[in-house]
Design a binder for this molecule. Structure first.
Ligand code: PLP
Length: 362
């Protein structure tokens, strides 16, 4: 098999999704499974849908289109505000999109009208993380405008925390969103289909004993794929944290001094703190680098230590010299996963084939 490659254990992804769907269902919360980190891999989408996700969340229309082309028929929500220039593609592919600008909503209304469809709008509200969202005091007015547009339906409201600034989606923030949901319903005389409380960072709150109020949906990506919650990157009990492995191949392995020799200035990627090691190390080069992944987001096997990386090389203390051609698996965090998925140099291997024979890389 070619290297580097990202191995995806679909059975583990499906287990994780089922576990979260089941636990959240007990709290009255459905799961919109977010596949963006896999570039909308149909094999992953099939797993999470089989596990009971109510639909797919995608940030990019290209990924949503890839899912449709592969035959995925579940509802798709575009979770990043559409670009006005993509309005036609959005209404053609996604039932629902998350929105914060009436100009975009207007473009979607026009596109939906000419396509003869009704498009659902989730209005996102800013609750302090300072990424997307209308200010809370403007939400009701925005929702009142949305319901006036032809060929649109006010599908729900949502918020997104812990993304840009790490603001915690706690009881207070969720109560605020619940109150806003009720205010929007009262002034628009609309029953909201979803009140979408957030992402994987909401799981501590959602799985805990706090009252859930009006929150009935979460958009979950990282926890399904990597089995951990993103606030403290702690594994969630009962979930697999090893569904993904980045396999890299040795191209050089030699005993070398631990310390560089000669006058030192900047390295290819800026300043490097001098290592503290003395003596010698079994230094191994793997043919994978910053162009393929985020080396700072890789975890090496227990007996090894990552020493550095450049565009094309990962430098690892492997404890012993390894033969060129040897393959070693590294565990990617979310950042390393996203970049490996996106790199054309990294092969994707979906393991194993699912029972229905429809899994696998497509
Ligand atoms: C990426 C994203 C999600 C999913 O986040 P995870 O941390 O992967 O669960 C949810 N909502 C929005 C708006 C996003 O951009």
């Amino acid at each position: 098999m070619s290297a580097p490659r990202l191995e995806v254990d679909l059975a583990k992804v499906e287990d994780n999704a089922r576990m979260l769907v089941t636990r959240l269902a007990a709290k009255g919360i459905s799961v919109t499974a977010v596949t963006k980190a896999t570039l909308g891999a149909p094999a992953v989408a099939r797993c999470v849908l089989r596990a009971g996700a109510s639909g797919i969340g995608e940030s990019r229309i290209e990924n949503a289109e890839a899912l449709r082309q592969a035959g995925i028929e579940s509802p798709i929500t575009l979770i990043r505000s559409p670009m006005p220039s993509q309005a036609e593609r959005v209404v053609a592919t996604a039932e629902v999109s998350c929105n914060t600008e009436l100009d975009v909503v207007s473009a979607l209304s026009r596109a939906a009208r000419s396509a003869g469809v009704t498009h659902g709008i989730v209005v996102m509200v800013e609750l302090g993380d300072l990424r997307e969202g209308v200010m809370p005091e403007d939400l009701v007015d925005t929702a009142r405008c949305v319901v006036q547009f032809p060929n649109l339906r006010l599908h729900g409201i949502g918020t997104n925390l812990a993304c840009r600034s790490g603001v915690v989606p706690d009881r207070t923030k969720m109560a605020e969103l619940s109150a806003l949901a009720s205010a929007v319903e009262a002034t628009t005389a609309t029953k909201l289909a979803v009140v979408s409380g957030g992402n994987s960072a909401n799981l501590t709150w959602a799985l805990g004993d706090e009252p859930k109020g009006r929150i009935d949906d979460l958009r979950i990506g990282e926890a399904i794929l990597l089995g951990c919650e993103p606030l403290h990157r702690v594994p969630i009990e009962g979930l697999h944290t090893d569904a993904f492995a980045l396999v890299a191949e040795v191209i050089e392995s030699k005993v070398k001094p631990a310390q560089p020799s000669g006058d030192r200035a900047q390295s290819a990627f800026g300043d490097v703190a001098p290592g503290t090691r003395r003596g010698e190390v079994a230094q191994t080069l793997f043919a994978v680098g910053r162009q393929d992944t985020d080396p700072d987001g890789l975890v090496a096997p227990a007996e090894m230590e990552i020493l550095g990386a450049s565009s094309d090389h990962l430098v690892v203390d492997t404890g012993r010299v390894l033969a060129p051609g040897t393959e070693i698996s590294f565990r990617p965090n979310y950042s390393a996963l996203v970049r490996a998925m996106t790199s054309p140099f990294v092969a994707k291997a979906y393991l194993p084939m699912t029972e229905d024979g429809l899994g696998g890389a497509r």
